[in-house]
Design a protein around this ligand. Structure first.
Ligand SMILES: [Zn+2]
Ligand SMILES: [Zn+2]
Length: 372
């Protein structure tokens, strides 16, 4: 991307007034109405683009951060257009100058699906893009045999023609884009055979995209200048790679933490046990202490997802659900009754504890997710 500050000859911390003053001065020097040199109109276009960016706080900030100030993904399409600037400086209804042959390429959004492990550890993807690249034969100019566009003989390089029409309010002067040159102010009389004057050709190529550890659903990776080349061999647009994270079969992600739900038997819960839990780092032995209650959780530190742009990882939280045995045999029923009596429990009226707390919070969400 062009150095807009350099183009306008201002410092990077220039105020809006400085920028406006500098643009006015340059615009009066290079405006095509004042300066007939064809290269002046190109220069005028460049300083106008620079002004459009640096005079708009949003666009200026995006530009300062290295992004595309005109990106449709980085914010609104607001602000003013080329015509508005012309109106502001030279009065409405006057010449707006020829269209630039060279324009910036469009940005593109490409979605890439990855799984949880790839999101955690990072990965690479080859993506194939159908796009436009600069025509090598003419170097983007669109002209054959090193020729150059010639000034349009109809509009004399202005890019528009004026017509006087009669209406009920009298004579009205209207301007319209010149039909001979489509408003460019110049014509390519000897177009490049490869690109037919467009300065770019279709191409299919692959890009290797590095997906950093810690990305999550909806994140976008910005590949500056990897999009299509603009008309007339103009600067390439950007590619945004959007991450689509496939849900895992049993691990539920919450930022950098993961959650898993396991079921253990009533007896194992009472006596304690060791269970094997599937994690992103393979099977792990998890110690369950005697007397664990349903909905209690055990935390495996560092078994969660990598934090973006860091080496630290979140935790894996193992939610334990104690299963009450069903379909007991006669013998098993007798054993349990004996067990209860040995503890002095009356089988007809067990004390009911208020265990509502176990149904609140994250565990409830995890369980809901599983039951869905
Ligand atoms: Zn070409
Ligand atoms: Zn013309």
């Amino acid at each position: 991307m062009a150095d807009y500050y350099n183009l306008l000859g201002v410092d990077r911390d220039a105020s809006f007034d400085d920028i406006k003053k500098s643009y006015r001065k340059l615009a009066r020097e290079f405006h095509p109405d004042i300066n007939p040199d064809p290269s002046a109109s190109e220069k005028f276009k460049e300083i106008t683009t620079a002004y459009e960016v640096l005079s708009d706080p949003d666009k200026r900030q995006r530009y300062d951060l290295g992004g595309d100030p005109f990106s449709q993904f980085g914010g609104g399409q607001g602000g003013f257009g080329f015509g508005d600037i012309m109106d502001a400086f030279f009065g409405g209804g006057q010449s707006r100058g020829p269209r630039a042959r060279q324009r910036a390429g469009q940005d593109a959004l490409i979605q890439v699906e990855i799984d949880l492990a790839e999101a955690c550890f990072g990965t690479e993807r080859e993506i194939t893009v159908e796009t436009a690249i600069r025509c090598e034969k003419c170097g983007g100019s669109g002209c054959a045999n090193n020729s150059r566009p010639t000034t349009c003989g109809i509009c004399k390089g202005r890019g528009e023609t004026q017509q006087v029409t009669r209406s009920i309010i009298g004579q009205v002067m209207t301007s319209r884009p010149c039909a001979n040159c489509q408003g460019y102010g110049s014509v390519i009389s000897d177009p490049c055979g490869e690109c037919a004057g467009d300065g770019r050709v279709r191409s299919r190529h692959t890009i290797n995209v590095k997906i950093p550890a810690g990305v999550e659903n909806g994140n976008r990776i910005h590949l500056a200048g990897q999009g299509e080349v603009g008309p007339g061999g103009g600067p390439a647009g950007d590619i945004y790679v959007e991450i689509i994270e496939k849900p895992h079969d049993f691990l539920i992600r919450d930022g950098k933490d993961l959650h898993i739900s396991i079921a253990i038997s009533m007896v194992a819960a009472a006596l304690g046990t060791v269970v094997e839990v599937e994690t992103l780092d393979g099977k792990q032995q998890v110690e369950i202490k005697p007397g664990i209650q349903s909905a209690d959780a055990v935390t495996l530190r560092g078994f969660g997802v990598t934090k973006l742009r860091s080496n630290t990882r979140g935790d894996l939280i193992v939610h334990v659900e104690v299963e009450t045995p069903q379909k007991l045999s006669k013998e098993e029923q007798e054993l349990l009754k004996k067990f209860a009596l040995s503890r002095g429990e009356k089988l007809s009226s067990f004390e009911v504890h208020n265990r509502n707390k176990h149904h609140d919070g994250l565990f409830g969400k995890v369980r809901d997710a599983f039951n869905r």
